[in-house]
Design a protein. Structure first.
Length: 391
């Protein structure tokens, strides 16, 4: 009886052990599934880590941009102005080529003899650059990685390398007395890259015969965009360009005319201007459309409405002569010449901005923000341009 009872007890223990092992196997499987599958703990931890690193990177980028807004980087071979009104970002920080300090004592001489640029802050690279996939239903989000020197879209990784300009397109409106406004909505984020309209970077019909390639334009644009993202802004020439792309007060302005005229220097069309300005070894390019928009954004409403009280009607082709035509320390934005950019229009045109002294002569007062597409092979004495300096 006792032996039989002992065998019975052993039988119950064995069954319990088997059941326990089975339960443990099931639990182990469930646990492994929870930990390892696509929605598992490890994957969730990896995702959370990635999201944290991205957020940390973005925060560092924002802090860096704020620091650059307050204390923008000064490129080698330049000094920041010490002249009141020229020495803070909010009113237009001016830098001068050379190492000698610029003070009130030597200010006029420096303006006439040294190249000058004005800092344009860009607090969020997403306000200026996007990827080709950006549209009304899917908005891109660019993040700059300083260590890797990459600028990539987090929402459209397949087109992350296809960086394009975020352009703020509007229409002319006559607000009375032949004063035109061209108002931009800088909160807009649903822009679309449209090769039939204003867009960049891209080639147009005249480029092939003038040695402009899509690879060059894409490379130039990407280098510029990364620099803006890294440094929180860019420098633009204080004046419309003169000989050799100089940016000095009192110089004859370089235009897209094919030969020298009596009041201006001439080069061969848009292509001559572009090639004169573009100097990659010196970090200089012709201004892009998205950069010009950021200049308008920085200046504010003043650059988006024409003026009839600035004495713009005289025929002047000398840079910086009109003190009334100065916004945030940048001269000749509304008068003097229209200004070519690298922005493309449809398949045949480049884009110029701003007004021309003859517009005022005929009674039309055009805003700096005005945008117009035109054939870049045309010899237009009415068009000059600006250079940008990136770091």
């Amino acid at each position: 009886m006792k032996k039989q009872q002992r065998r019975k007890e052993k039988g119950i223990t064995l069954v319990a052990l088997v059941v326990t092992i089975i339960v443990l196997i099931i639990l182990a499987g469930v646990t492994l599934n929870i930990v390892l599958d696509n929605d598992g703990i490890i994957n969730k931890v990896q995702q959370a880590t990635g999201e944290y690193e991205n957020a940390q990177m973005e925060e560092e980028g924002i802090l860096g941009q704020i620091e650059n807004y307050l204390n923008p980087p000064i490129p080698d071979g330049y000094v920041a102005s010490n002249v009141p009104g020229e020495n803070i970002v909010a009113t237009g920080l001016v830098i001068y080529e050379g190492n000698e300090p610029v003070t009130e004592e030597n200010h006029e001489e420096a303006m006439l003899n040294r190249n000058q640029y004005v800092w344009i802050p860009v607090n969020d690279i997403n306000s200026m650059v996007m990827c080709k996939s950006n549209n009304g239903s899917s908005l891109c989000h660019l993040v700059y990685d300083k260590e890797a020197n990459t600028l990539a879209c987090q929402n459209h990784p397949s087109t992350a390398t296809d960086l394009v300009g975020r352009l703020y397109i509007s229409t002319d409106v006559n607000v009375g007395n032949n004063i035109y406004s061209y108002i931009m909505d800088f909160e807009k984020r649903d822009q679309v890259y449209n090769e039939e309209d204003y867009h960049e970077p891209n080639i147009v019909e005249g480029d092939a015969s003038n040695n402009i390639t899509i690879d060059q334009l894409k490379s130039d644009f990407t280098v510029m965009a990364k620099s803006v993202a890294k440094n929180g802004g860019f420098y633009i020439s204080r004046y419309e360009v003169g000989e050799a792309g100089n940016s000095k007060k009192g110089q004859p302005v370089l235009t897209a005319a094919g030969s020298n005229g009596t009041n201006h220097l001439g080069v061969n069309t848009w292509y001559g201007l572009h090639n004169t300005i573009r100097n990659i070894s010196a970090n200089k390019q012709m201004v892009w459309g998205c950069q010009y928009d950021q200049v308008i954004k920085f200046i504010g409403e003043e650059a988006q409405i024409g003026h009839n009280d600035r004495n713009l009607t005289k025929t002047t082709t000398i840079s910086g002569e009109n003190e009334l035509d100065k916004m945030k320390n940048i001269y000749d934005l509304e008068g003097n010449y229209r200004e070519w950019t690298t922005e493309a229009y449809s398949t045949y045109g480049r884009t110029y901005r701003s007004s021309f002294y003859n517009n005022a002569n005929t009674g039309d007062f055009i805003a700096t923000s005005d945008r117009f597409g035109y054939d870049p092979t045309n010899e237009r004495y009415s068009c000059s341009s600006r250079s940008t300096l990136y770091l």
